[in-house]
Ligand binder design. Sequence first.
Ligand SMILES: C[S@@+](CC[C@H](N)C(=O)[O-])C[C@H]1O[C@@H](n2cnc3c(N)ncnc32)[C@H](O)[C@@H]1O
Length: 262
Amino acid sequence: MSLGSNGNSVNLVDRAKAKVIGAVPLGSSDSETAGRAIREMFTSIAPRYDLLNHLLSFRVDHLWWRRAARSFRPILSQPSSHALDLCCGTGDMAFALLGQSGGSGARILGVDFSHAMLERARQKSAGTSLVWIEADALRLPFPGSRFELVTAAFGFRNLADYDASLTEILRVLKPGGECGILDFGEPKGLVGMVYRVYFRRVLPVIGTMLSGVRGPYCYLPASVERFPRPSEMIERMRQCGFREASWTPYTFGIAGLYRGRK
Ligand SMILES: C[S@@+](CC[C@H](N)C(=O)[O-])C[C@H]1O[C@@H](n2cnc3c(N)ncnc32)[C@H](O)[C@@H]1O
């Protein structure tokens, strides 16, 4: 099931104009302080990020990255294509994109504003063609119309201003280029009930214990709860200028892929 052009839409015009919608980590008062708090948070968990990611998702994260990357194979298999993975963290989504390029020679860049996360990406990618750039996703250091594909896996939700970010993605995409945003959702029904107990009660305890850092793994479920529902996110993409905006749920909607075309 996908939510697409005919999915439920929410009139966001008034709300969108009224205030900025984006991540609000504890203690932040505006986009700038939110961005700083997010960067510090990810830097603090960088040493254990991969281990915790795989452990807490029971390694399903690999399937999600691969499935999302596979859906962009037609772009990635073109030798002249340029792909950008935003909020790349330690690089796993970029690795998945590279895996789907089938050795085409497509250029794949990862961007993140946490130096510590990028250091781990660099260590993991020695000998590959992947390139890592330290930059803010809201102010990308690229000219307009540069990329055929822009992705973001589990990072978009953490951006301080969703509409500004969508606009920035649109700016760097070539006309006809595609955007893929993979992020958590909120499954419904029985799966949703079980999942919510795990996500809200078990995951924060284990995450805090193993990372040795208080905060990030309590922020995670809160950030997913605050994130726009698929119908609202699709409408935001449309209002920012994306065509063919859609959402495809992964694993009962625990995660899902938003797509849009410039
Ligand atoms: C949950 S991690 C996701 C990492 C990776 N994409 C993955 O799937 O595992 C979110 C990443 O987004 C980065 N991030 C958040 N806001 C950002 C921003 N404004 N600019 C660049 N990176 C940002 C964080 O530093 C962090 O590495």
